[in-house]
Design a protein around this ligand. Structure first.
Ligand code: ATP
Ligand code: MG
Length: 162
């Protein structure tokens, strides 16, 4: 069973708040699938989530061209994938994605729609839609019991932007 919630991110400050709040609620092994067009805010949101997870230097969170995965030290390791340039799903398997997902760290995948069949069945999907210069919509879908609880918590903590 899956459930979708909608959050209004009408400024970068709100996206930051949303991401940091989510980061604080995450658990070891969590998988976050980010979907949305170029410039939607996937990397920006990843940085905010990393802050919520206690990263020392959020400026480390970038998506350099041709780097498919970056690892950061935080409360748990953060595995930040950007699969935009991946030509085939097999490349994701070759990266050792399954091992990362099975680990203690938190996995965050930009352009996750390109590797959807290779994601764990249970995960949190965040689709970012651009609704204005500074405005974004986040459509959040929980797949699995743990993510359903996570989404409930997130909605309770952020009632104003729902
Ligand atoms: N409400 C908002 N939330 C997030 N980003 C916003 C918002 N309003 C404006 N922005 C701007 O949108 C841009 C988002 O860039 P970002 O690199 O995070 O996008 P992306 O989805 O990762 O793009 P790419 O597909 O190239 O990886 C940033 O410059 C950010 O300042
Ligand atoms: Mg990006």
């Amino acid at each position: 069973m899956e459930r979708i919630s909608h959050f209004e991110l009408s400024s970068i400050a709100q996206t930051e708040h949303f991401g940091q709040t989510l980061g604080r609620l995450l658990f070891p092994g969590a998988v976050i699938a980010l979907v949305g067009p170029l410039g939607a805010g996937k990397t920006f949101l990843t940085r905010a989530i990393a802050q919520g997870l206690g990263i020392d230097d959020p400026a480390l969170v970038t998506s350099p061209t041709f780097v498919l995965i970056q690892e950061y030290k935080a409360r748990w390791p953060i595995y930040h994938f950007d699969v935009y340039r991946l030509k085939q799903g097999s490349g994701f398997t070759d990266l050792g994605a399954a091992e990362y997902f099975a680990g203690e760290g938190v996995s965050i995948i930009e352009w996750a729609d390109k590797v959807m069949p290779l994601l764990p069945r249970e995960h949190l999907r965040i689709e970012l839609l651009v609704s204005g210069d500074q405005a974004r919509q986040a459509l959040v879908t929980a797949y699995g019991e743990r993510y359903d609880q996570l989404l409930n918590q997130l909605s309770e903590v952020l009632p104003k932007i729902r």
